[in-house]
Design a protein around this ligand. Structure first.
Ligand code: HEC
Length: 247
């Protein structure tokens, strides 16, 4: 009897300690302006891809982190003030977010953000820190299948559709040869021509019903994009030198 309950207590404690090492979500205070412009949708999914940490934006109240004029330098408005990240928690997740914002992929995410076709932020004053080696947690096999289904009608994915794809569209092997290939894949939906036909569950806005969609839509989740990225990691990069210019 006593032995059993001690064993039970032991199990409960192991479970408790497992629970406390699981990655917790963290909240981030962002201005209404940032949210209205969609900066959260640019930044937070990309960070989640890399680190599996969900950062939830809030506009008021107590938050674990805050963009504002206090704390660590991270970036600045192109024609204005600095934006800093104030960390108000001991959690390691917040630290990871700061490191990511200062890493090359984080800076790329900040600088490629546009409002009305114009860049908004620059990271010039921030220092770059090297990110730890990249890991690909997605399911390669699922990614291989999804890549053919969703991307294979325009891109040559691999030998399976070697003769497929559309003329000038870069092959996956060629894209894999680019230095920042994983960022390109994780964010492909934000780069032309994809936004006109791609919807990412919970990330992109629904298609404008007044605009005709000429291409069959690609509907995909962040999880599926991570799987495709893990699959692309297995492809042999093809070095093409400088891109061939048509006409
Ligand atoms: C309807 C055609 C079409 C589909 C479907 C499509 N792409 Fe593309 N993609 C293109 C074209 C065209 C380009 C080249 C754009 C350019 O260079 O301006 C491109 C470029 C890219 C790039 C390079 C982006 C960059 O910044 O240089 C990536 C990465 C990419 N596609 C990934 C994907 C993935 C992943 C899928 C499937 C989930 C996909 N694409 C589906 C047409 C397509």
């Amino acid at each position: 009897m006593g032995g059993a309950s001690i064993r039970f207590l032991g199990t409960a404690m192991v479970l408790l300690s497992l629970a406390s090492t699981a990655k917790a979500d963290v909240t981030l205070l962002m201005s209404d302006e940032m949210l209205a412009a969609g900066f959260d949708k640019q930044l937070l999914p990309r960070f989640k891809f890399k680190h599996r940490i969900t950062v939830t934006p809030v506009t008021n109240g107590k938050a674990d982190m805050a963009f504002g004029d206090a704390g660590n330098r991270v970036f600045q408005e192109i024609d204005g003030s600095e934006v800093r990240l104030d960390i108000r928690t001991e959690s390691e997740e917040a630290r990871r977010f700061l490191d990511w914002l200062r890493s090359a992929p984080g800076k790329a995410a900040i600088e490629s953000f546009e409002r009305d076709g114009q860049p908004v932020y620059t990271t010039d004053s921030a220092t770059v820190v090297a990110e730890k080696t990249e890991t690909f947690d997605g399911d390669k096999a699922i990614g291989a299948r999804l890549a053919i289904v969703h991307c294979g009608r325009c891109h040559v994915v691999d030998d399976r559709n070697r003769m497929g794809g559309i003329g000038s569209t870069p092959s996956f092997a060629a894209l894999r040869g680019r230095e920042n290939w994983s960022d390109l894949f994780r964010a492909f939906w934000s780069e032309n021509p994809h936004p006109s036909f791609t919807q990412v569950d919970g990330v992109t806005e629904p298609f404008d019903p007044n605009k005709a969609v000429h291409v069959a839509p690609v509907e995909i989740t962040l999880h599926e994009i991570e799987a495709i990225t893990a699959f692309v990691a297995t492809l042999k990069p093809r070095e093409l030198g400088r891109p061939v210019q048509s006409n």
